[in-house]
Design a protein around this ligand. Sequence first.
Ligand code: UD1
Ligand code: UDP
Length: 376
Amino acid sequence: MLKIVNIVGARPNFMKIAPLMSEYKKYDEIEPILVHTGQHYDKKMSELFFDQLGIPKPDVNLGVGSGSHAVQTADIMKAVEPVLLEYKPDAMLVVGDVNSTIACGLVAVKLGIKLIHVEAGLRSFDTAMPEEINRRLTDSISDLLFCTEKSGVENLKKEGIPEDRIHLVGHVMIDTLLSNIAKARSSSILPDLQRQKVINGESYAVLTLHRPSNVDDPEVFSKILDGLEVIQKDMPILFPIHPRTRKNLSLSNLGSRVQSMKRLHLMEPVGYLDFLQLLSNAKLVLTDSGGIQEETTVLKVPCLTLRENTERPVTVEIGSNLLVGKDPQKIIGGYFKIKNGARRECQIPPLWDGKASERIVKVILTTFCALQKVYV
Ligand code: UD1
Ligand code: UDP
């Protein structure tokens, strides 16, 4: 039996773990254990996704919650260690680049537990971004590294990671998208917004913002709002707001400014199926999210990324994603370029075909079944 502890903590982790939890069921040799760190805890940032994506209830919830980077990371480490000592897994699987990823990974390797990183090798080369630190550190201690795109493989090789640990497998988040898109079509969110006259049958944009570099400094956030103010006069913008961003609006005087923008429609964070429906019918998406740059690529909806860089360069190379940073003029320019330009037919990156989790579990089995004897 190969016992694998799987870690989730924050919203994007749930879409990534869902297809793996379901793939494990095909193999009697695997005993999966699911641990939720509790990094995200609001119903709309966590529980909702378990229900919608059919993720089993976590075996353990560490209930760690929010805190500074040091406090959150340390609390997760302290809470996960006794769980690992109790379950004695052969391997731990972590996804993405959040604090839960590195915190749990670090504890695992120090206990001699093999570490598997899904979504390895992505690099923004911007060390001011907390996720970039988490990515580099997690990759440097992982035994098996699964990449979503070619750039990930190249980055890892350059960093000296042995090639036999690296596997290009596609994207588990896209597995989830492809298996839920049909269900998302029957969400009632768009008809509801039409009925409420938030949108009137016209084109609309979707906006998400939560990067500290965009929303933690009111001066920067205010510049982004300068751009959005112009855009919302031309097209309604649906804005499911992240709790970090809502908190920052309420702590600054920007909240009233946002309220005054009649066609910038603030909403609570929405469930995955509702969000997919909003994304797939949007004229364009404005975002600083990592995952949404990739989802829009597959949905063939143009994406304006409000960042200076991206760790997902394939989306830019393919042409579905345009980096516009936080300069209002560039944001507005990008918007009109998309609105008035001809829609481009962009390709979908190799292996983003809904089968990443299948590939990953096969590699895990072939890699660890021989090693496993050492652990029993
Ligand atoms: C985290 C990840 C980020 C990821 C994002 C996905 C890190 C360093 N950052 O950022 O990479 O893109 O999740 O959404 O791990 N809060 C709530 N309710 C919740 C969760 C958070 O109110 O359920 C509020 C709290 O005020 C908290 C703040 O949001 O302090 C930030 O939460 P945190 O998990 O620290 O970082 P995120 O910005 O969510
Ligand atoms: N998402 C969602 N509801 C929302 C906003 C986003 O279901 O209101 C989904 C989105 O489709 C994607 C994931 O959340 O699957 C992205 O998470 P987020 O932007 O929080 O994190 P990041 O990808 O930037 O780490």
